[in-house]
Each structure stands twice: as C-alpha cells, then as structure tokens.
Design a binder for this molecule. Structure first.
Ligand code: FES
Ligand code: FES
Length: 152
C-alpha cells in the first residue's frame, strides 16, 4: 500500500511497487487526462507535477513517489483556469489534443522557472512531442501566458 497526495487529496493505492505512476493515475484513479504516448520518457504526453516539478509519469514507479504531492491536469486549476490554460484557449493551440495536457503541465512548471522566455529558451526547455505540429501555436500561447502572468 502506498500513500500519495493527488490533486490535494490523500490517497492510498494498493499496487505492485514497480507500477508506473502513469498506470496508477489512469487505471487505478481514472484520471485519464494524463496520456500514454511512448512509455519511455521521450514524448512528454504523461507529464505531471511531483512536488511542483514536471515529471514523466510513465517512467517513475509508485514506490519512488510514495509520500509525494502529485498534480495532474485535472488538478492544475483551482477555481479559475490558470493563465496557461486560458492562453491555450485564446490561441486555439490543440489540434487532436492528445499531447496537450502534458504540454500544459510542462509549460506551467517552465514558466515558474522562467517567467518571460525567448523562443530559443522555449524550444530548449519544452521538448514534448506533438504529432500534429502545433509548436508555433504553443510558442505563441507561452508568450501569451507569460504576459498574463506579468512576464512578457
Ligand atoms: S508516455 Fe511518458 S514520456 Fe511518453
Ligand atoms: S495536438 Fe495532436 S499530438 Fe499534439
């Protein structure tokens, strides 16, 4: 039995110690906003926050995150959408949408580190893969969110 906090709720999960966190989120807790893409930490579709850091949940076990605070896309906003989520709507970023919750989680953590990034800094920091090629709109939305948050 492992105790984790998911979206500010304490939860006990009874799974094998080597179960990937992504499996626990999607299969055990039915939090299906976090997606499976590659399973090998390459695409970023499964990105969540663990203790406020972006982590690829397909490649970390439940044993490794026991006692941690995990935030998924379902728990990112409290009452209102975050600036990043609103910018995603304003710029109509998603195409098929599959990669986008991972993108939003990665970008949300990135903008805390760098509130006013350049295009190069965005390209270097956000290496999530989008099969639909929404990268130009993602960049635009990141600048939009940075402005909303008081960056530029
Ligand atoms: S599914 Fe985790 S990085 Fe691709
Ligand atoms: S919007 Fe389709 S994979 Fe990114």
């Amino acid at each position: 039995m492992f105790e984790i906090s998911v979206n500010s709720k304490a939860i006990n999960v009874d799974v094998e110690p080597d179960t990937p966190l992504l499996w626990v989120l999607r299969d055990t807790l039915q939090l299906t906003g976090t997606k499976f893409g590659c399973g090998v930490s390459a695409c970023g579709a499964c990105t969540v926050h663990i203790d406020d850091e972006p982590v690829r949940s397909c490649s970390i076990t439940i044993e490794d995150v026991a006692g941690s605070n995990i935030t998924t896309i379902e728990g990112l906003a409290e009452e209102n959408l975050t600036a990043v989520q609103q910018a995603w709507i304003d710029e109509q970023v998603p195409q098929c949408g599959y990669c986008q919750s991972g993108m939003i989680m990665a970008v949300s953590a990135f903008l805390k580190e760098n509130p006013a990034p350049s295009d190069d800094e965005i390209d270097n920091a956000i290496d999530n893969i989008c099969r639909c090629g929404t990268y130009p709109r993602i960049r635009k939305a990141i600048h939009n969110a940075a402005k909303k948050q008081g960056g530029q």
